[in-house]
Design a protein around this ligand. Structure first.
Ligand code: SF4
Ligand code: SF4
Length: 405
């Protein structure tokens, strides 16, 4: 009886009626949220549901079904997560406040992750090689270069991961999901409580060094500050006082707190190689390569790519005016430039020897000057021949070993 009276009272409230009528009539009358999100709402207070179907009516994606619940003895909304576009129309229209977006959104209002998404993407400035592939690949142009670094506007990013596909570095774009983020926030909350009541057991010197904070990765979520028994200055992005417990490193959702710089992990499936028959020697590739992976052959005066230094950014291939740079498998690239690398090394060592002799024995300088270029080339060829022979022998030895074992 009491609940019927409550419903009657609630029903008579103007706001309630307007919402209800809106839901049943004009779907476009709701002001849509800033953008569509990807986390479906949750049925937070099923006991409050009056089965009015306003949520179902308001859903532009037809993602809500009313299903009978034995427990509550009434129809309750059920969300088809695959169809839900998380526009939150249903949350806004529900007259009795049954539905809710996730709780931690409210606590984190104003931070980028108060807008729910399955995944958040952030560029690791310590790993990124600044090739700009992500900026070119982003279909909605939310990646830009700021002060020499590439930055994703996380509030606008739709998590399509096109940038990740285009990035030549495996660990340059960090992806963290909502679930992990929430787990970390909850754990930090627990630790904070223990800290407040003095029950937190801290393992000092668990890590070797005082960590640093990577500016571009820090999202100012404050988790580190919550768990830190020392002092962290988030404005300055600095660990001020530290007992080296490592809790901040463990809980930082974006790995912004670190002891060491991470190793850059390049794509292992491709590499670039210059076709010497097509190359016109303009050296544009040499100028645009930010990794210093392109060298100029002392023998041919043409550029060649050193596979170990190449970061697979592809700037050279994009800029080459005659399309002389191709994508090949790394083994092919290594094979293609082997002779160039050996020649270069030999010439460098001969030059170094000559300089050394010149410095050591002044007189030798005159003798060297007398040496004709032809002789130098002969010497070079001899050494290339010997080097190749040595490599062949090594290969044969390895082959024999493989066969015998
Ligand atoms: S390395 Fe990756 S993240 Fe950095 S600019 Fe290139 S594509 Fe973007
Ligand atoms: S940009 Fe192309 S043509 Fe120019 S030097 Fe490099 S490979 Fe050769």
């Amino acid at each position: 009886m009491a609940s019927s009276l409550w419903y009657l009272y609630e029903f008579a409230r103007k706001k309630w009626i307007k919402r209800f009528i809106d839901a049943k009539s004009d779907k476009s009358s709701y002001i849509p949220p800033e953008r569509y999100r990807k986390i479906p709402p949750i049925v937070k207070f099923p006991e409050k549901c009056i089965s009015c179907e306003a949520c179902k009516e308001s859903c532009p994606a037809f993602a809500v079904e009313m299903v009978y619940s034995e427990e509550y003895n009434k129809n309750l909304p059920v969300f088809d997560e695959g169809s839900c576009i998380a526009c939150a129309n249903c949350v806004e229209v529900c007259p009795t406040g049954v539905l809710e977006m996730d709780k931690h959104r409210i606590e984190t209002e104003g931070l980028f992750f108060d807008k729910p998404k399955y995944h958040n993407l952030i560029i690791d400035e310590e790993v990124c090689v600044r090739c700009g592939n992500c900026e070119r690949a982003c279909p909605i142009n939310v990646i830009e270069r700021k002060e020499g670094k590439y930055v994703i506007n996380m509030a606008l990013c739709i998590s399509c991961k096109e940038c990740v596909k285009a990035c030549p570095i495996e660990n340059a774009i960090i992806i963290f999901d909502e679930k992990t983020l929430k787990e970390k926030i909850d754990k930090a909350f627990e630790i904070k409580n223990k800290k407040t009541i003095g029950k937190l057991e801290i393992k000092e010197n668990a890590i070797e060094e005082i960590p640093h904070i990577v500016n571009g990765l820090c999202i100012s979520c404050g988790i580190c500050k919550d768990v830190c028994v020392g002092e962290i200055d988030l404005k300055e992005k600095k660990v001020v006082k530290c007992v080296k417990c490592g809790l901040c490193i463990e809980l930082c959702p974006t790995t912004a707190i670190r002891i060491y710089k991470p190793i850059i992990s390049k794509r292992k499936d491709i590499c670039y190689v210059i076709d010497e028959d097509l190359c016109i020697g303009c050296r544009i590739c040499y100028k645009v390569c930010g990794a210093g992976a392109i060298k100029i052959s002392k023998e041919t005066k043409l550029p060649y790519i050193v596979p170990e230094l190449c970061v697979r950014g592809g700037a050279c291939a994009r800029e080459c005016p005659v399309e002389a740079i191709k994508i090949v498998k790394p083994e092919e690239a290594e094979e293609a430039v082997k002779v160039r690398i050996i020649e270069d090394k030999i010439i460098e060592s001969i030059e170094a020897d000559l300089i050394l002799y010149t410095e050591k024995y002044g007189k030798v300088k005159e003798e060297i000057e007398k040496l004709s270029l032809k002789k130098l080339k002969e010497e070079l060829k001899k050494r290339v021949y010997e080097e190749n022979k040595r490599i062949k022998e090594m290969k044969r030895e390895l082959y024999d070993k493989g066969n015998n074992s």
